[in-house]
Design a protein. Structure first.
Length: 195
């Protein structure tokens, strides 16, 4: 026998799942509250307050901050140079973000995800430049967004194959979740072979 149970026999499978932030509704987190506050302040016309709330949210999230909302708010508030500095920060930290989120995945998956992230950031930058009337910079960021889109298109099939060839992340998988409030849950499933 090759290690598989005989037809009709029962096999017990133990599945371990890591669960983070037990019992915490994502919409009740401080980060979410700051995002909602920024949106409400924007609607009220308080751009400085909205930007301050987003800066606070960014500080909480660290490298996990991938939102282009702060850059867009800065541009709307007439702070174009700061908006472009925020865009640059997002691009400069994209590799660290992807490594933190997907460090347990094959390199092609990480590269494909980074290409998607950079494409989205450059699209946001192009929009900011368009709103500011900076056609030169708009064209530059549109071009870079297209280049990252092409990179993603080339990497996506490779990444898909790498995921098929990997264990799917089931054994020894690292999770991008801190240890606070994280626990492992085990579920036992009964499977019948050959049915």
């Amino acid at each position: 026998m090759d290690g598989a149970p005989e037809k009709g026999r029962t096999m017990t499978v133990v599945l371990t799942v890591r669960i983070g932030r037990i019992g915490v509704n994502p919409m009740e987190t401080e980060e979410y509250g700051l995002d909602r506050r920024a949106s409400a302040l924007k609607k009220a016309g308080d751009w400085s307050g909205a930007i301050a709330a987003l800066h606070e949210r960014k500080a909480l999230m660290g490298v996990g901050w991938t939102d282009d909302k702060l850059a867009k708010y800065l541009q709307h508030a007439g702070r174009f140079d700061e908006a472009m500095a925020e865009i640059q920060w997002l691009l400069d930290n994209s590799q660290r973000y992807v490594e933190q989120l997907l460090g347990h995945r094959p390199a092609s998956v990480q590269q494909s995800s980074r290409a998607v992230h950079c494409m989205q950031v450059h699209r946001a930058a192009a929009l900011i430049c368009k709103r500011e009337g900076r056609a030169d910079l708009q064209a530059h960021h549109e071009h870079l967004a297209e280049r990252y889109g092409a990179i993603r298109a080339r990497l996506e099939p490779i990444a898909r194959e790498a995921m098929k060839g990997s264990s799917g992340g089931s054994s020894g998988q690292r999770f991008p979740i801190d240890n606070e409030g994280v626990r492992d849950e085990k579920a036992v499933f009964e499977m019948r072979s050959g049915e």
